[in-house]
Design a protein around this ligand. Structure first.
Ligand code: URA
Length: 432
């Protein structure tokens, strides 16, 4: 006969519902029992909602994170002869930074083992972007990951099913129960995966603004502080930057479009904000890894060494870095309605438009269109002339244009020339 369970799910739910603190034993049990299927989805939904409404103490969050890590395995990079360092973004529109960043940091002397995800809803996913490169493969065995990391200095691939499996199950449940936005649950979800990934240092890019999970600086700071404390307590040198996500990063949102722009950055060009964020995050990653004397990331982008790592990293996963990227069958251009200054271009609305054009998925099992997305011809602060192209929409299915244009309705404002738009800085704050 199976041993009796030491706790009762209803008691655990009642404790949190009534503003109590969960004990270590309750947390360890409920996370493990949910992963085993002993605690039912409806019970975990009730508990997640109680956590969203009543919060958790730092001790509870740390224990919950640790319990999630213990449902799977921890990766080990001790066979790699360089310090490991990684970056995690909380997700935004046009956020392709991992693509130029990982090879840049590798070119400066660190090893970057990055387990990435796919996009859901209006935010893009790194794996979907890289899969637009002909032949590139996201799934690698642990041995293959180690091989790519040792040979090239960077590996970007999908997390295996055995990395924090509790999070996979709980994240899917939160997605359909209105409980994604709970700071203790976001922090433990992200940090359980990053700690299990085994990186020695971690830089968190916590996005703030319309295109991000955190819409205001106060909640972004709370999330960042919680994650930095979790990482530090687990022995991972962790810092966080709060960065602006009111408007898309760079000039593209969509898979192949973003790969093209990333290659421009690796070639020493590309939009200023993408270059600035890549260089800033790369310097933080190197400093967190204890590498201070080597090449500067800005030089690695200019001298071709970051591009060289990129080409080897893509080829090591079956991709052809020289192959032409997929192009959309149809395009539609949106023109500036008046002379003036582009005062506002909303990240969320551009993200939804790209998603509706086919760049993203509404359900986890859907395919994405590699070439779909939105290309920006101007960024907030630019002077524009009536009739000049403002945005180009790309898709393989022209029936998608109407819904994408609806998503963009009211998403950009051309103000009279001479007005001063209120543009937040790209990097808002640093924590850690
Ligand atoms: N990303 C994650 O991995 N988990 C969350 O809860 C939110 C964003």
């Amino acid at each position: 006969m199976a041993a009796p369970e030491p706790f009762d799910a209803v008691d655990v739910i009642r404790t949190k519902r009534d503003h109590g603190e969960l004990s270590d034993g309750q947390i360890d049990w409920v996370v493990d029992a949910y992963t085993r299927g002993v605690v039912a989805d409806e019970q975990m939904s009730a508990l997640a909602m109680a956590i969203l409404l009543n919060g958790m103490t730092r001790r509870e969050i740390a224990r919950w994170t640790d319990a999630m890590i213990r449902t799977g395995r921890r990766m080990d990079w001790s066979a790699v002869d360089r310090p490991t360092t990684d970056k995690h973004s909380t997700g935004g529109v046009g956020d392709k930074i991992t693509l130029p960043l990982a090879p840049t940091v590798a070119a400066c002397g660190a090893a970057v083992p990055q387990l990435s995800g796919r996009g859901l809803g209006h935010t893009g996913g790194t794996l979907d972007k890289l899969e637009s490169i002909p032949g590139w493969r996201a799934s690698l065995s642990a041995d293959e990951m180690l091989g790519v990391l040792r040979d090239t200095g960077a590996v970007v691939c999908a997390a295996g099913d055995d990395l924090a499996p509790a999070d996979k199950k709980l994240y899917a449940l939160r997605d359909v129960t209105g409980t994604v936005e709970a700071i203790p649950l976001i922090a433990s979800s992200i940090m359980s995966k990053k700690i299990a990934e085994g990186t020695g240092a971690l830089v968190l890019d916590v996005k703030v603004g319309s295109g991000a999970f955190m819409k205001d600086v106060g909640s972004a700071r709370e999330l960042a502080e919680t994650m930095v404390a979790l990482g530090t307590d687990a022995g991972v040198r962790t810092v966080a930057l709060l960065t602006n996500m009111e408007t898309p990063l760079g000039l593209t949102a969509g898979n192949a479009l973003e790969v093209r722009e990333s290659v421009e950055v690796l070639d020493g060009g590309g939009p200023d904000d993408v270059v600035e964020l890549t260089v800033t995050l790369a310097r933080e990653m190197l400093a967190a890894a204890g590498i201070s004397a080597g090449k500067d990331p800005a030089d690695a982008l200019k001298d071709g060494s970051a591009m060289d790592v990129w080409r080897r990293m893509i080829a090591a996963q079956g991709g052809d870095p020289s192959a032409p990227l997929p192009a959309a069958r149809e395009t539609h251009t949106v023109l500036a309605p008046a002379d003036g200054l582009l005062a506002w271009l909303d990240a969320y609305q551009v993200g939804v438009a790209a998603w509706r054009l086919g760049a993203g998925r509404a359900r986890k099992d859907e395919d994405v269109q590699a070439a779909a997305g939105v290309e920006l011809h101007a960024k907030p602060g630019a002077v524009v002339r009536a009739g000049q192209p403002l945005l180009t929409l790309h898709t393989d299915e022209p029936a998608r244009f109407d819904r994408a244009l609806e998503a963009l309705d009211g998403g950009y404002v051309v103000a009279p020339a001479g007005s001063r738009p209120d543009l937040p800085p790209l990097v808002i704050d640093r924590i850690g």
